[in-house]
Design a binder for this molecule. Sequence first.
Ligand code: GLV
Length: 309
Amino acid sequence: MSLVIFSNVHKIQPWIDALKDAGPDVEVISYEQIQDREKVQFALAWNHPKGIFKNYPNLKCISSMGAGVDHIMNDPDIPGQTKIVRIIDPLLSQDLAEFALSLIMSHMRGLGKYFHLQNKKVWKKSMYKRIADLKVGIMGTGAIGNHVALFLQSCGFSVAGWGKNPGKHTEYRRFHGYDQLDEFLCNINILICLLPLTPETEGILDKHTLQKLPQGAYVINLGRGLHIIDQDLIEMIDKGHLAGAGLDVFEHEPLPAEHPFWSHPGIQITPHVASLTTPASVAPQIIENYRRAVNDQDLLNLVNRDQGY
Ligand code: GLV
């Protein structure tokens, strides 16, 4: 029995090393080394070759290598009995929180603008915003969104959250459901999207949603590129309704060279680096889930396949 890595994206060796440290008795191999597909019970995946899992009739569990599972859920050929689990890691959540803070501070103090001016050797001051002036709204208040909300609150921001369902967190104002979306949006100066990507949340940041934000709001997308309708975002910035956006995720990654985001003066893009999984930090929970899966025990961080997260 082996833990099999299905990924053509990540460098595999650091994962194999971390998994061997966390579970020295567990055989860890790449899917290209599999001899007998019937014996595979546990897969660790990131952007796996689509359709491949239908060839593994005894697969009990697929673990994402990261927090998101949309790259697994969008494969129609996952066997019906196979459970899907995701990574919930304090390091990943904190990395996201720190990245969100960096983008907010850069926007508040106009650092992107000064960088452009530096390139042109222009000395030009402008007024900035303060933490006490801004309300931050987090869309997606699961494990990661809640952590980001509490972190930003501890930095002094006024924070609100919006999620699909009523949550249990009471430390900040929390809205839920589409009925409360407008009320949530109308008071937000900085909107951070941390939603999981599901058929319901795809395209949620379209012009109808974005125009509910107050004039001059700034949008940060750390969820998935497909949450935003790119053209609508550009239109709302060009019209002056939004001050700009910080985007770390895109429909197609790498972002194609001809995409207008690259050269838009109001948009700061980064190459999906808000949080990068550290294999040593997450290997223990993957090994634990491997042991639980092969022994038919309850799994950690189980995804509801109907909900998609
Ligand atoms: C990153 O995007 C992740 O899903 O962990």
